[in-house]
Design a protein around this ligand. Structure first.
Ligand code: AMP
Ligand code: ZN
Length: 499
């Protein structure tokens, strides 16, 4: 391996279950669509893992020099309480529970989600698509595919999955599990058929409903993503992302609709298009779940693990990003407070080592731009190893260790080191922060920082005078306020709140 070896970006494609070289549809560009949140509640940190993953993918594409065109949707209508077309609309249900307008609910939780996005240093996509902004386009799409692929029941317009070749190929071995989750609707031709338009039942009124050729009602959730992704990025685009649960139902259904749409456009027969092209996206990528020891994380069980809860307990939100980066996105990741604490310490160490490089850090650097500025023989192999790790299906765990090596490197040109460390931090989405911000500082700790700083100063003065009785007394006084003094701490925390 030469120091400037080229490592082609390879990504694991759930469609083929293989890592494949990334070859963009449009030269120099990477077009990515990520299934976004349903804004009926706060996202839990498991949901946020999906967006940290999508953001990391985007950052790696930038690092590799692609012009990223990323779209994330906001689902504000149509997602039922069961992914497979049963139950109530999640938004309508929450609005009824809270006796509020759906639009207010959607705005509130969209803003809460965006706050988490910002706190985790997830970059803004090129566009947030809001499902209710695309109703006309959804109706047009459904009209196009309905004659060959859909049938009407009292409850809505259904997609007949037997009309497309190789339905469910994305789900593979897990199809049975997927199917067993599909509840029967009277009159469905196949268990896996799904609603693309849901009629409002007679005598009922939904808060969100529109006129359509199939009656007043609302679009199905799967239809939304097909339409928004195709409209904004154009079929085929490069990469479609989502959590692993979407591999079972949501994405196979999107693919079935895309196939129907693309075959209609091409004016050809069922199965007449190349399988890679007719899926709508060439590569489908899925992040594995964040789990709790007690099992699958849910917005409705136990302590609600929102990012805000982590912040309230005193953890900087980027400790959670670090926790995600330490694992491969395709591995299950177990959440624990100890694990989060360890990730925070690691982040603190890393940023501590990078301190002093602050002014020189660049954002959004690419591998090639770094190669131009960083030529020191001790540093260039690190560029190569970092690039190799990220190019290997986003191996962030290895990339992190290379970054740590770079940050610890001694006797190298300081400016070059700063460019390299800055570029690596940016590729992983870790901004440089003053270390004070990384202190564990629970929100409910009723201690004022000016008082702590003054007490620390008093104690330092006592120690300088070798008055250890006074210094111990100050330490005890601080402990009684819930502040732990950490003498001789190699990380330089100096003090922390809580236990
Ligand atoms: P939802 O708002 O339920 O549509 O979910 C938003 C995103 O989070 C989707 O991509 C899901 O696949 C993903 N997701 C849901 N639960 C988890 C979890 N525990 N860990 C990782 N990703 C998840
Ligand atoms: Zn989606």
């Amino acid at each position: 391996m030469t120091e400037t070896a080229d490592h082609p970006l390879t990504l694991f494609n759930s469609l083929t279950r293989r890592a494949e070289a990334f070859v963009p549809v449009h030269a120099g560009e990477a077009r990515v669509y990520s299934c976004g949140p349903t804004v009926y509640n706060y996202p839990h940190i498991g949901n946020m893992r999906a967006y940290v993953f999508a953001d990391t993918l985007g950052r790696v594409l930038t690092w590799k020099g692609y012009d990223l065109r990323h779209v994330i949707n906001i689902t504000d209508v149509g997602h039922l309480t069961d992914d497979a077309d049963a139950g109530e609309d999640k938004m309508e249900k929450m609005a009824a529970q809270k006796a509020q307008s759906i639009w207010d609910i959607a705005r509130h939780y969209t803003e809460a989600y965006w706050a988490d996005v910002k706190a985790l240093n997830i970059r803004q996509p090129m566009r947030w698509t809001i499902a209710t902004d695309f109703i006309d386009e959804m109706i047009a799409f459904a009209k196009e595919i309905a004659p060959k692929h859909c049938y009407e029941l009292d409850s809505g317009l259904y997609f007949d999955v037997s009309t497309v070749a190789d339905y469910g190929r994305l789900a593979r071995a897990v199809t049975e599990e997927g199917e067993s989750r599909i509840e029967a609707v009277d009159g469905k031709r196949n268990a896996a058929d799904f609603a693309i338009w849901r009629k409002t039942p007679p005598g009922e009124k939904r808060q969100m409903e529109w006129d359509s050729p199939w009656g007043r009602g609302a679009p199905g959730w799967h239809l939304e993503c097909s339409v928004m992704s195709g409209q904004v990025l154009g079929f085929p685009f490069d990469i479609h992302t989502g959590g692993i649960d979407h591999r079972e139902i949501h994405h196979p259904n999107e693919i079935a609709q895309n196939q129907a749409h693309l075959e209609h456009r091409a004016g050809c027969c069922t199965g007449g298009l190349d399988a890679a092209e007719n899926s709508g996206a060439r590569i489908w990528m899925h992040n594995n779940f964040l789990v709790e020891r007690s099992g699958k994380m849910s917005k409705s069980s136990g302590e609600f693990l929102r990012l805000q809860l982590l912040i309230d307990k005193g953890y900087h939100p980027l400790a959670y990003r670090m926790l995600c980066l330490q694992a491969h996105y395709r591995s299950e990741l177990e959440f624990s407070w100890d694990g989060l604490g360890a990730a925070l310490v690691r982040l603190k160490r890393l940023l501590g080592a990078a301190r002093g490089l602050l002014d020189l850090v660049t954002d959004g650097a690419t591998r090639d731009s770094v190669r131009k500025t960083v030529t020191h023989p001790k540093l260039t192999p690190l560029i190569d190893r970092f690039d190799a790790a990220l190019s290997d299906d986003l191996n962030t765990a290895v990339a992190l260790t290379v970054l740590e090596e770079a940050a610890a490197m001694k006797k190298v040109d300081a400016e070059q080191k700063a460019s390299l460390v800055g570029a690596m931090l940016s590729a992983l989405g870790l901004p440089l922060l003053p270390r004070e911000e990384l202190r564990i500082r629970p929100r409910d700790a009723a201690v004022d920082e000016a008082w702590i700083d003054a007490a620390m100063e008093r104690r330092k003065a006592a120690r300088a005078n070798k008055d250890f009785t006074a210094s111990d007394a100050i330490r005890d006084e601080m402990a009684s306020m819930g502040v732990e003094v950490m003498d001789g701490d190699p990380l330089g925390w100096e003090w922390r709140l809580g236990g």
